[in-house]
Design a protein around this ligand. Structure first.
Ligand code: ZN
Length: 155
């Protein structure tokens, strides 16, 4: 168990220091900003959708290690997914970090859910839950708002 926790810690630190897909998209179809006033995290999520498929996703901004790692891991799992798959992953992830009722996922998404596992440790630290879910809320806002770039605040 300790080994697993250490591995998760390593993954979060790695993504916090060297975030993946950390840049603005040149031609996004959707974008939105997220702001977490509790911690000061700011993130902008960029999406390029083709129909209902996420062909590209990226982010930038400034935040703590948790929010940066969460955004980085999120972009990794969302690339190539359909909007419905992405929303299912968010529902599952949110349930895991808030201690909500478990959301069943189709078999095809179980590997992606596993890749998000390292972050689920934040459920022991309620203040950090918003850091971990912020990029996902920005993603959801981007889907709804297109290119308006609205800012969504965690409450
Ligand atoms: Zn934070």
């Amino acid at each position: 168990m300790t080994d697993l926790r250490e591995l998760y810690q390593e993954i979060i630190l790695d993504h916090g220091r060297h975030p993946r897909n950390f840049h603005a998209l040149e031609h996004p179809t959707h974008l939105a900003k997220g702001y977490n006033p509790l911690c000061g995290d700011r993130v902008t999520v960029y999406l390029a959708l083709d129909g209902d498929r996420i062909v590209d996703v990226s982010f930038d901004g400034r935040g703590c290690a948790i929010s940066t790692a969460a955004a980085s891991l999120m972009t990794e799992v969302l690339k190539g997914k359909t909007v419905a798959e992405a929303r299912a992953l968010f529902a599952r992830f949110r349930a895991e970090v808030t201690g909500g009722e478990t959301v069943e996922l189709p078999e095809a998404l179980s590997e992606d859910a596993e890749r998000l596992e390292p972050l689920t440790g934040v459920k022991a630290f309620p203040v950090r839950v918003k850091c971990a879910t912020l990029p996902w809320h920005a993603f959801e806002a981007a889907l709804k708002g297109g290119l308006e770039g609205d800012t969504v605040k965690t409450e």
